[in-house]
Design a protein around this ligand. Structure first.
Ligand SMILES: *Cc1c(COP(=O)(O)O)cnc(C)c1O
Length: 399
């Protein structure tokens, strides 16, 4: 046997974390890393948050899992918190982002197809956007135009049309008799921390209203306080019909959700969808602890203030290296540095030579996704490491 026991689908690096302390990860051999990746926008309370750990421990001792065939006081509580804090009226819990997007796609199709007399079986198409990332299931790879994710997995699921991101006219031109809605990340994450413009998001909302289409937002990466509001759509002055959330919402525990308005969820009736684990008491305890920590104005104001400080510092910093860095973009604590050279080797250099963890992304961007609980000390440490990293960086010769 030459294949590793862990299926080799990830290019795993030499960092092998075994412990987390607040905003740091500690490796097998004791090396300490500053974690400005947060498990890709997941560990928003850092790694050893007492409230989150306590909630999970207590629930694990009490009741870990029961079937969705039973009533769920734990699920009702967290769903109500989400309904109170968002545009939504109703919530379906999942275990991951891709499943949350799947549920959102099904909800959008069922809105049209499972609407009784008003139903239209031909409305199944979602208009999605170039360089989107929606997950790795068959439906969610089909929802992205990125061919590197399609290779080896044909045939794709039918029913997705791709328009250039942030191009309202192109999206409008794709609307036809089969269109069910739009699926879009308000801020593309994997695509390179690219925020949609105000005009684009407002324009999609207007088109959706005009043509009775579902506006489905994928806030798996940008949601849950990351941008300084509980969800990013709030900063666009619009509300979606359906929203997928995951990553940060469990603070590290696998959890996602599809949130919808009553109208948008009209097709999701008894028996139309399900998940064995989805919304189990343990996951609900984690999600409730996260919501209690982040869904309040003082916490969100802190995220915005720290985001401002980080962004101003980054903008000043990149001026020192005009040959390496082009610009800073993003919102709150979801920031990206677009580089003039390949971002991946620089990300590796920061990790291996300066013990600073960030995430590479599309469009030669370096993603800065710290835990939302960073303080001034972590921001100072970040700039020390980043400055040392840039000063010692030699751009690799093209191969
Ligand atoms: C990570 C991500 C997903 C997929 O989430 P998984 O939990 O990996 O399935 C979907 N959409 C966006 C925007 C993401 O960033």
């Amino acid at each position: 046997m030459s294949t590793p026991a862990l299926m080799p689908v990830y290019p795993r690096c030499g960092v092998r974390p075994v412990r987390g302390e607040h905003c740091h990860l500690i490796d097998e051999d004791g090396t300490r890393y500053l974690d400005f990746a947060s498990g890709i926008a997941v560990n928003l309370l850092g790694h050893s948050h007492e409230g989150l750990i306590g909630a999970i421990q207590k629930q694990a001792e009490t009741l870990m899992h029961v079937s969705n065939l039973y009533g769920s006081p734990q699920g009702e509580r967290l769903a109500q918190l989400l309904v109170n804090a968002t545009f939504g009226d109703t919530v379906f819990f999942t275990n991951s982002g891709a499943e949350a997007v799947e549920a959102a796609i099904k909800t959008a199709r069922a809105y049209h197809q499972n609407a009784g007399e008003a139903g239209d079986k031909n409305r199944f198409e979602l208009i999605t956007f170039h360089n989107a990332f929606h997950g790795r299931t068959m439906a969610t790879i089909s929802a992205s135009n990125q061919e590197k994710m399609h290779h080896g997995f044909s045939p794709l699921l039918a029913g997705f049309k791709y328009a250039p991101f942030d191009d309202l006219e192109a999206a409008k031109a794709l609307i036809g008799p089969n269109t069910a809605g739009f699926l879009v990340e308000p801020i593309q994450g994997e695509g390179g921390i690219r925020p949609a413009s105000q005009e684009f998001m407002k324009g999609l909302r207007a088109l959706a209203d005009e043509h009775d289409l579902m506006l489905v937002l994928d806030e798996v990466q940008c949601g849950v306080a990351r941008t300084g509001t509980l969800y990013a759509y709030e900063q666009y002055g619009i509300e979606p019909d359906i929203l997928a959330t995951a990553k940060g919402i469990g603070g590290g525990f696998p959890l996602g959700a599809c949130i919808a308005t009553e109208k948008a969820a009209r097709g999701m009736t008894f028996g139309t969808h399900g998940s064995t684990y989805g919304g189990n008491p343990l996951a609900m305890a984690a999600g409730t602890a996260v919501m209690e920590a982040v869904a309040n104005e003082p916490f969100l104001a802190e995220v915005r203030a720290k985001g401002e400080r980080l962004r101003k510092g980054l903008e000043q910093f990149i001026g020192n290296y005009p040959e390496l860095f082009e610009l800073v973009r993003g919102m709150g604590l979801m920031l990206g540095i677009k580089m003039k050279v390949e971002s991946r080797p620089f990300f590796v250099h920061l990790r291996d030579n300066h013990q600073l963890l960030t995430v590479a992304a599309g469009d030669n961007t370096l993603r800065i996704l710290p835990p939302l609980v960073i303080g001034d000390a972590e921001i100072d440490e970040f700039f020390d490491k980043l400055s040392a990293g840039a000063a010692s960086y030699k751009v690799p010769e093209p191969a």
